[in-house]
Write a protein that binds this ligand. Sequence first.
Ligand SMILES: Cc1cc2nc3c(=O)[nH]c(=O)nc-3n(C[C@H](O)[C@H](O)[C@H](O)COP(=O)(O)OP(=O)(O)OC[C@H]3O[C@@H](n4cnc5c(N)ncnc54)[C@H](O)[C@@H]3O)c2cc1C
Length: 422
Amino acid sequence: MENKKIIIIGGGPAGLAAAIEANNAGIAPDDILILERDRELGGILNQCIHAGFGLHMFGEELTGPEYAGRFIDIVKERNIGYLCDAMVLSVSAEREVSFVSPTEGFCRVKAGAIVLAMGCRERTRGALNIAGSRPAGIYSAGTAQRYVNIDGYLPGKRVVILGSGDIGLIMARRMTLEGAKVLRVCELMPYSGGLPRNIAQCLDDFDIPLYLSHTVTGIHGKERLEGVTVAKVGDDRRPIAGTEEYIECDTLLLSVGLLPENELTREAGITIDRITGGAQVDETMQTSIPGIFACGNVLHVHDLVDFVTKEAYRAGASAAKFVNEGGSTPTGSTLQTEGKNGVRYVMPQKINADGALTTETTLFFRVDNIYRDKFVTLSVDGTEIFRRKKRFLEPGQMENITLSEDAVKAIRSGKTVTVALA
Ligand SMILES: Cc1cc2nc3c(=O)[nH]c(=O)nc-3n(C[C@H](O)[C@H](O)[C@H](O)COP(=O)(O)OP(=O)(O)OC[C@H]3O[C@@H](n4cnc5c(N)ncnc54)[C@H](O)[C@@H]3O)c2cc1C
């Protein structure tokens, strides 16, 4: 296969938006190649048949496939290059991508720029060390979602869900609608990891109880799951002796966190952020290796696809600029961003003083606990330049700050940008 100006790894909403924006910025459709390991484009949205996508981007409530479909249609109308069933095996710092596909065999292609858009995967039982046997009937929530929504199988009838992230909440409702009895959702933390709207629409509306500060401590059954032991946990997140309860069930769904898929990123030698699990990027979404950009869930886990799309537009435009300008990158000083006083991380991690910072730039951040009636502050070298009142902040909801003209000016002349709660 011939070399390409831009290779995009992953054909989910991030990869699709990056490809469209690279084309908008002047890269010819056949100079772009999206490599997707699944049999079709669309990513995780193909199995998310519930509504709730696109409120920010289109002002409409779309299902996952409808949202992805809008971008797939544009990619196809413009003849932007893509290859499904193509599994990328490696990416090098020299921007060489190797992949295998049934039609092309093993290929090694050189790219002018690369956009990483591989999404994320779910944590499994193995990551939790729950004691007990290994019967059938234990699934990650996303696997169960695929069985129900794509393959047409109902994984079980009496269900306990561990973890109250959005996928767990959505599956509590989905399994109920399909005739299963969801007995409870247990959450280790004293707060839910999901969006408030999903708690209201997926649990409260169906009278499904949410047990905060609870976990599953035992799994019972030989061939098939017969029950789980659930216990309350203390402030140290350890089970409290004497609070154990046996729940008879045939299915346990795990919704216990998402991990950005960064094996390719690590092997390429790209610097990874310890907190997000994704690459460290600057305001153009460029990673520590010039010409390699990242966006979407592979960069940091998003709760709303609209922000994935926005971020991917930036990555696609920056990749095109990199190619069109012969691989030039900003040479001036670089500022670091940091989170303090309850802010877990800030993305992007770096800002180039002479780079692409504008009032269109968004700083994303997450808090580390539930907070009420706080101010979100933005400071440059210790001087506060912005403050906004927030009545409610929680780790499950990604927050953002859009920069004013004055903020852009102040940041360009500083060294450190701090987002903090006050
Ligand atoms: C159950 C669930 C419910 C959600 N509900 C909502 C909602 O109501 N509203 C909302 O706005 N958002 C929701 N989201 C979030 C939203 O769907 C995601 O943020 C978004 O899909 C992330 O897009 P992405 O392109 O980064 O990743 P993905 O959609 O995961 O796409 C990544 C793609 O990369 C491919 N890939 C990975 N590795 C390779 C490789 N080595 N080679 C080739 N291809 C590769 C994968 O096959 C995949 O197709 C939900 C997500 C889930 C899982």
